[in-house]
Design a protein around this ligand. Structure first.
Ligand code: XMP
Length: 323
């Protein structure tokens, strides 16, 4: 008989058995899956788990704080936060090509994460044997069902570590679908803002700025995105929408008239979509009054933005993200 209570009980017992008195590491991305996986493992083995959160500076407004404060408060988890904003911004300097951005962000992420892992192992010793991953059932099916180990190449100068670290995987969500993961997260007492969060790409806002990624542009986009999310939530539309990317066209300027006169600013694109699995999608028919509120607030409150446009393209041919 499937209940979230049974799933939690079963997994907690299995994880305790698997880990014994050894230790585990879990990377938190800010997304639902890693958060629920971490919370489950935390419930099972407590302080034998250490979580790592890499702040790459490309998160949306409030997301890092939600992990640092609300997630920790809800779970009591031991968390190592790495502030790597400078490092990512430096690596992204001058880069506009989307695939190039993805490559750089992915590469830097792995480096920073491995460095943090190496520090934890140097600190806690060889008992650190497990890596927690928020793999879901659809991921298992897609990848052919294998489970096992992850090899982490350690090219960092942390004394006494083997060249090649091997972790055994803990994947407590392997039998669950997304909606079941959300129910388990809720039962574990995680905040709604984390459990109900919409999918957000790993490269974050880095691929929602068409053009070069700079701190100033990220701050603008964060404001616009926060306004859109706030109004969509206030209108009760979160469950109708799969995702609503908010995109800054940093390389485009258009003329506007704001306050005392003429402005020459940037457009913000709203890309609300409905979808089952992100493979195909349709643009969401949002109520005009909600769109109007978002548009008015963004042009009033976000410096350098003088135009808000709505993306009315289905997928295919348009992808959900702009980059
Ligand atoms: P597209 O834009 O291809 O997006 O229609 C489909 C889904 O994937 C997400 N997405 C990404 N997720 N890294 C990720 O982790 C990426 O580089 C990436 N690109 C797109 C997108 O948000 C949507 O949910």
């Amino acid at each position: 008989d499937w209940t979230t209570g049974n799933v939690i009980e079963e997994q907690v017992a299995a994880i305790r058995e698997q880990v014994g008195d050894r230790r585990a590491i879990c990377g938190l991305s800010g997304g639902v899956d890693s958060a629920v996986a971490a919370a489950l493992v935390q419930k099972a083995i407590g302080s034998q788990l250490t979580c790592v959160y890499v702040d790459h500076g490309l998160m949306r407004k409030g997301e890092t704080e939600q992990v640092e404060k609300d997630f920790v408060a809800a779970t009591g988890v031991q968390l190592k936060v790495v502030d790597a904003e400078e490092r990512f911004l430096t690596a992204l300097k001058g880069v506009s090509d989307p695939e190039e951005k993805r490559k750089i962000i992915g590469r830097e992420f792995i480096r920073v994460f491995e460095q943090a892992q190496a520090e934890i192992i140097a600190d806690q010793g060889p008992a650190v044997e497990f890596l927690v991953q928020g793999t879901l059932y659809p991921d298992v099916v897609e990848s052919g069902g294998g489970t096992g180990t992850a090899n982490i190449k350690s090219h960092h100068n942390v004394g006494g570590l083997p060249e090649d670290l091997e972790f055994k995987l803990i994947e407590p969500l392997r039998k669950l679908f997304k909606d079941e993961v959300r129910m388990v997260g809720q039962e574990l007492g995680l905040p709604d803002e984390i459990v109900q969060r919409q999918p957000f790409p790993g490269p974050g806002l880095g691929i929602r700025i068409v053009g070069e990624v700079t701190k100033e542009r990220l701050d603008l986009l964060r404001e616009a995105d926060a306004i859109a999310r706030e109004e969509l939530t206030a209108a009760g539309l979160d469950r109708d929408i799969w995702q609503c990317p908010v995109v800054l066209l940093a390389d485009v300027r258009s003329v506007g008239v704001q306050g005392d006169g003429r402005t020459y600013g940037h457009p913000i694109v709203l890309r609300p979509v409905s979808s089952e699995d992100a493979m195909t999608a349709d643009w969401s028919r949002l109520p005009y009054d909600v769109l109007a509120r978002i548009s008015t607030r963004i042009t009033n409150e976000v410096r350098d933005v003088n135009r808000v446009v709505l993306d009315v393209t289905s997928k295919p041919p348009g992808t959900i993200e702009w980059e």
